[in-house]
Write a protein that binds this ligand. Structure first.
Ligand code: AMP
Ligand code: GLY
Length: 424
């Protein structure tokens, strides 16, 4: 089979790495890919947003399956465009991808399905949003309705902060994404990512993972795309897993079906484990980044087989097999990220990384045979061990070997699990 992966981050590198291990796969392509993906697949100079370009290329090159990494092309209808041409694609159609593309749509679906989530109000006018704030006690959470590259959410601890966030959104900080604004109840607890394969009817959850979204150690500082992740999550018990499947995932998939937009792909539920039980913070219509990196190291099953079963609406009787132990991935970022960051610095030491550590590339580029930094998140150093402590020791040991100018990373990935289970 010939497989095309769309995207260019660490998540896509992990997907390419895992798909390439399937015995059915003859060739893997990635559009546009990055410096690391280029070492194991053929990269194409087609941007992930160029839907027509991707359709034409996949048709002309007889691609058997296309797998989409990022949300933007899904929300823009890449799955619809491929299906119209009779091409197989893994990822939801635009109408179902709206679960990530519009937070107010996601809230409507959750209300319909009776899914627990933070209480909220939606506003289309700045004055009304500001007036509503006066009745609330901080902290509150202010969110842009549409896609904002993970930067449209402010957890505001003062009235002043929440006012500023609302003004920025209505005054066009994220263009159309902020035309509608949500003001939401602040939830407290442990945050967990639960991804589930959905074939339109059935759901098949992956192991739960935890991403560290804040830039600074101890989960402080600005929100980022994710600074590191691990799986499984020791405090995500079987009981909670059951509750999430029955009270969140299945009802949402059923509600989407009732609306005539069956969900086929991977559904990512960002959850807060509150004292009242798990509640939804957000849904994403795709794999998480960096959650996918440790998850792909833990997955024993043939990923391609599962992806095809999803696309064909045929998850019945299928199950996922996992390696024991745990896996962790730590992101090496460029100085300045998540704001303006430096680029173009050579990356050293990757050849010294031991074989049981996989370095997934996020923002790298090959320039005249040399690997240079080309993004805010540059690498995700990932490993598996008999437990989380061992996985993390391997990762941090390997990081000692790697260097680029302005390299920044968190030294405490996984601490929330280690703290609760000191012997893990
Ligand atoms: P989102 O893009 O909706 O996941 O929001 C980004 C981050 O903001 C989440 O990962 C949470 O850490 C935080 N967040 C979002 N919504 C809430 C909420 N209702 N209460 C507390 N924190 C939240
Ligand atoms: N790691 C967070 C996300 O993929 O949205």
């Amino acid at each position: 089979m010939k497989v095309l992966v769309v995207g260019s981050g660490g998540r896509e590198h992990a997907l390419v790495w895992k798909i390439a291990q399937s015995p059915e796969v003859k060739e893997v392509f990635c559009a546009p890919g990055n410096g690391g993906i280029a070492q194991i697949a053929t990269c194409l100079p087609i941007p992930a947003e160029d839907i027509q370009g991707l359709v034409s290329w996949a048709r002309d090159n007889r691609i058997d399956l296309t797998v989409v990494g990022p949300e933007a092309p899904l929300v823009a209808g890449i799955a619809d465009a491929f299906m119209q041409e009779g091409l197989k694609i893994f990822g939801p159609r635009a109408q179902a991808a709206l679960i990530e593309g519009s937070k107010s749509f996601a809230k409507e679906i959750m209300a319909e399905a009776g899914v627990p989530t933070a209480s909220h109000r939606v506003f289309c006018r700045e004055e009304e949003a500001l007036a509503y704030l006066e009745d609330l006690r901080p902290p509150v959470v202010v969110k842009a309705d549409g896609l904002a590259g993970g930067k449209g959410v402010t957890v505001a601890f003062t009235l002043e902060e929440s006012r500023r966030a609302i003004q920025e959104l209505f005054r066009g900080r994220f263009k159309g994404a902020g035309a509608k604004v949500l003001i939401e109840e602040f939830l407290q607890g442990e945050e967990v990512s639960v991804l589930a394969f959905c074939d339109g009817e059935r759901v098949m959850p992956l192991l739960a993972s935890q991403d560290h979204k804040r830039l600074g150690e101890g989960d402080t500082g600005p929100n980022t795309g994710g600074m590191g992740a691990y799986a499984p999550v020791p405090f995500f018990t079987q009981e909670i897993a059951h509750e999430v499947e029955e009270k969140i995932l299945k009802p949402v998939v059923r509600a989407l079906n009732r609306r005539g937009c069956p969900y086929r792909g991977v559904l990512y539920a960002g959850l807060m484990l509150t004292e009242e039980g798990p509640k939804v913070l957000e849904f994403n219509c795709r794999f998480g980044d960096p959650e996918t990196q440790p998850l792909m190291l833990l997955l024993k099953s043939d990923l391609l087989e599962i992806l095809l079963a999803v696309v064909e609406g045929n998850l019945e009787g299928k199950s996922l097999e996992w390696h024991g132990g745990a896996a962790a991935g730590v992101v090496l970022a460029s100085r300045g990220y998540p704001g303006e960051y430096e680029k173009g610095h050579p990356i050293h030491g990757l050849e010294e990384v031991p074989e049981d550590v996989v370095v997934f590339h996020a923002g790298t580029q090959l320039q005249e045979g040399r690997l240079i930094t080309a993004g805010g998140r540059v690498l995700c150093v990932t490993s598996r061990g008999k437990n989380l402590r061992e996985a993390l020791d391997k990762v941090y040991g390997a990081i000692e070997k790697i260097h680029f100018q302005g390299m920044y990373y968190r030294r405490d990935i996984g601490y929330r699990a280690l703290r609760l289970l000191p012997h893990a």
